[in-house]
Structure formats: structure tokens, C-alpha cells
Design a protein around this ligand. Structure first.
Ligand code: SF4
Length: 451
């Protein structure tokens, strides 16, 4: 497709490809919402679009390769491509691989992306806000019943394996009233679960000195505990992602025990050896994570913990790996992801001495995952016989599938539900758990008053 390919109709259509993590998805939602309110339509195919926006991920090599491939595909199918997102900070790499790309911008540069769309596919009639309605909650790329809620951008840490701060900048929190206003609109338009995301959820508000904001005329501090208290009044599930074990996270446990926030923490621990954590320069590495987890479970026994770990980090010795194994044995986490260390272009960890040979890292990964899979399976088995509240995600030919408080969408397990004929996505059911495998649960719907 060449410069003359624009729709003869009065409307301009934009194709959109969104790659990467939930944070990038929220960026895509924001760009699309702006484009829709400017009067653009979304196109379901490359061929039908006047221009295609590719929101890229540049976190690790495989994500960068996937981004370059997606750009190439869009150029072959359409020819008019605008690139944005994390990989946009490396404009030269993109333009070298794909010189026909029309414009490249980095993450969060919403105005620039929208400006590039206006430049390369100008609107041919004035947008009429009375005709071109945009949903009050904005345009969402997730199913209607759950939504990501981004509370801040960027990060003040300097983990040696990570280049996110150089891509997304320093911590910039949204004032509490702003976040709560968005959450309220999402719930009013059908959201049953709010997934709170950021790079560092526990640090929320630190950059604003936890200043007091206003929501519905009431004062609310821009701080994670106060934000959670207010979110908990909206009547939707509230799930917290990317929480570091800072001391004030203890304050969230009573809110979880009381049902204001789901008893679930996604807490990227990355290692169990203090020496490796120091090499990684992880936030809160000095905190005794195991003591903290024990205390959390004392206050909130139902707490589900998800985490991620890196094995084969430069300098990781056999003793460090042993310490990591002892850590997961003690911590008995519910859901765990494990990554073999891979150098990220521009990360300081690349300069650390004593790289771990790939064969050793692979072996450690296999040992780690085998043991953790047993622990996760035991944790699931222990749920057999309990009754869980389950949010229905899908009703289809394969049956009914939902998630309990212990399962975040996309990354955790599912609950396969029997015995509920008339439920719809977004409904909450009570389900007696009758079986479990390594990832998922099986259960029977029970009457609301049945324990
Ligand atoms: S906390 Fe560390 S890993 Fe997370 S975004 Fe910040 S620098 Fe990267």
C-alpha cells in the first residue's frame, strides 16, 4: 500500500496492534480512546485501515523480535505504519529494519502518536461529538467484566537487569481522585474486577508526597492503603499487581482479610539469596521477605501469593541457588513464574562478572520449576472441598470457565464450573471445588446460601 491509500469514505480507519504487558495494553486503550473521540474508527483488518499503529514491547530480546516482526507484517499488508511503545525509544533500530515506517514514538507519548495519525491519515470531516460517541469509561481492550487500572507510570529503582526506568521514566503517580474517578466509571459500565497495575504499586504516591486529593468531595490520600480503602467501596473485585514487600504493605492485609481488596498479591521477588538480590539492586531486598510473608498469612490466612524469579543471574553460585530453593520451600507460594536470565540491551547487569553458563541456568530452571510445580499443585489440592466465589469469564462449547480470587486473568489458573446453566460472563457464582490439577480447579456451582 502507498501514500494514496486512504479511505474514500468520510471516516478514517486505524488498525491497531497491541503487544507486551498490561501496562502497554492500558497505553493502547488510552490512544484508542483518544482516536475514537477525535472521530477515527478502528479497523479489524490491515487492508481496510488508512494507517496502522503498532504498540511495541522492547523489554527482552524475544519481545523486540516479535515487535519487529509485527511491524514487518503490518508494512507488508498495509504499508502505512506508525510505531509507538517501549521499543520506540530505539527509533534507529526500527527504522533500520523497516525504513518505510512513517513515525516512531516512545511509551506514554500519547499526543505524539495521535498527532502522527492525524498527520498521516487526516480526518476529512469535522468530528461531531453528538454522533461519534465514545463509551464514558473509554475504549477497553479487555472483556467488559474486567479492566486494568494504571495508577502510576515509571519507576524510581535501578534494578540492574531492567531498562524500564530508562524507557518509562521516573515514578509519576496519578492523583487518587483521578484514579478513583476512572475506577468508578469502569464499574458503572460493567467492570466486575479492577486489576491495579503500575511498575511499583507499593510506591504509589511517593512522588506526590502522598498528597491529599479529592474524590466525590471527600479527601483521599494519594497512597496505596487509602486508595485501596476507597476502591474497596466500589463493589468490584480489586486485585493488586507488582507490589514490593515494603513495610507499609502490612497495612493492606486487614483490608484483604475484611474483603475490601482480594486476598491476592502479585509480588515479584526475583530471588531468595540476599547476595543475588543485592547484585540485582532490588527494591526492599533488605526486608526479610519470609518473615513478612509469615506475618501476612497470620493476618490473612487466605492470601494467595504470585511471584516471579530469575535463575542464572550473573554471579549466582550453587550456594545462592540452594538458598533460592530453600526460600521457595519455606514461602510455599501459590503461583510462580521463572525466567532464565537473559541480557537486555542497555542493562547494567550485562557488565557484571561471572556469567552463569547457559546449561547450568537451564538445569537450575528445570529443578526450580519441578519443585515449585509440586508446591503449587499441593496448594491447589488443599482447596478441594472448599467453596470459592468465582467470577465467570467464558460460557461456551467447552463449558463454563471462571476464576477465583486466587487467579488473575491471563497469568493464573482457571476454575472449570459444572452445574450452572444460566450464568453469563461477569456473574459471580459460589462453587464447591471437587478436583485440581497442576494449574486449574474443577467445581460444582452451589446455591448462594449453601456453605
Ligand atoms: S522495580 Fe526494578 S524491575 Fe521493576 S520496573 Fe523498576 S527497575 Fe525495573
Amino acid at each position: 500500500m502507498n501514500e494514496t491509500h486512504t479511505s474514500p469514505a468520510t471516516r478514517r480507519k486505524v488498525g491497531f496492534v497491541s503487544l507486551g504487558c498490561p501496562k502497554a495494553l492500558v497505553d493502547s486503550e488510552r490512544i484508542i480512546t483518544q482516536l475514537r473521540s477525535d472521530g477515527y474508527e478502528l479497523s479489524g483488518s490491515y487492508e481496510d485501515a488508512d494507517v496502522v499503529v503498532v504498540n511495541t514491547c522492547g523489554f527482552i530480546d524475544s519481545a523486540r523480535a516479535e515487535s519487529l516482526e509485527a511491524i514487518g507484517e503490518a508494512i507488508d499488508a498495509n504499508g502505512r505504519v506508525i510505531v509507538t511503545g517501549c521499543m520506540g525509544v530505539k527509533a534507529d533500530d526500527i527504522l533500520q529494519a523497516h525504513p518505510k515506517v512513517l513515525s516512531v514514538t516512545g511509551p506514554q507519548q500519547y499526543e505524539q502518536v495521535v498527532g502522527a495519525v492525524h498527520q498521516h491519515a487526516p480526518l476529512v470531516r469535522q468530528h461531531d461529538p453528538f454522533i461519534d460517541l465514545v463509551p464514558s469509561a473509554g475504549v477497553k481492550l479487555t472483556p467488559r467484566h474486567y479492566s486494568y487500572l494504571k495508577i502510576s507510570e515509571g519507576c524510581n529503582h535501578h534494578c540492574t537487569f531492567c531498562i524500564i526506568p530508562s524507557m518509562r521514566g521516573k515514578l509519576a503517580s496519578r492523583p487518587a481522585g483521578d484514579v478513583l474517578g476512572e475506577a468508578e466509571r469502569l464499574v458503572a459500565s460493567g467492570t466486575k474486577e479492577l486489576l491495579v497495575i503500575s511498575q511499583d504499586t507499593s510506591a504509589y504516591g511517593a512522588d506526590l508526597k502522598y498528597r491529599t486529593d479529592f474524590w466525590g468531595g471527600r479527601p483521599v490520600k494519594t497512597r496505596i492503603t487509602e486508595l485501596c480503602q476507597a476502591l474497596g467501596t466500589l463493589g468490584a473485585w480489586v486485585r493488586l499487581h507488582y507490589v514490593y514487600p515494603y513495610p507499609h504493605v502490612d497495612e493492606l492485609m486487614p483490608l484483604m482479610a475484611d474483603g475490601l481488596v482480594l486476598p491476592y498479591l502479585d509480588i515479584p521477588l526475583q530471588h531468595g539469596s540476599p547476595r543475588v538480590l543485592k547484585l540485582m539492586r532490588r527494591p526492599a531486598h533488605a526486608e526479610k521477605a519470609l518473615d513478612r510473608i509469615r506475618r501476612w498469612r497470620d493476618t490473612c490466612p487466605d492470601l494467595t501469593l504470585r511471584s516471579t524469579f530469575i535463575v542464572g543471574f550473573p554471579g549466582e553460585t550453587d550456594a545462592d541457588f540452594q538458598e533460592l530453593m530453600e526460600f521457595i520451600e519455606e514461602a510455599r507460594l501459590d503461583r510462580v513464574g521463572c525466567f532464565r536470565y537473559s541480557p537486555v540491551d542497555g542493562a547494567r547487569a550485562n557488565d557484571l562478572p561471572d556469567p552463569v553458563p547457559d546449561a547450568v541456568a537451564r538445569e537450575r530452571e528445570a529443578i526450580f520449576m519441578a519443585r515449585q510445580a509440586e508446591i503449587s499443585a499441593e496448594r491447589l489440592q488443599a482447596k478441594i472441598g472448599t467453596v470459592q466465589e468465582v467470577l465467570v469469564d467464558e460460557v461456551g462449547e467447552l463449558g463454563m470457565i471462571g476464576r477465583s480470587h486466587a487467579d488473575a486473568p491471563e497469568i493464573d489458573g482457571k476454575v472449570w464450573i459444572n452445574g450452572a446453566d444460566h450464568a453469563n460472563p461477569g456473574d459471580l457464582l459460589r462453587v464447591r471445588i471437587t478436583g485440581a490439577d497442576a494449574h486449574d480447579l474443577l467445581g460444582e456451582a452451589v446455591d448462594a446460601d449453601e456453605a
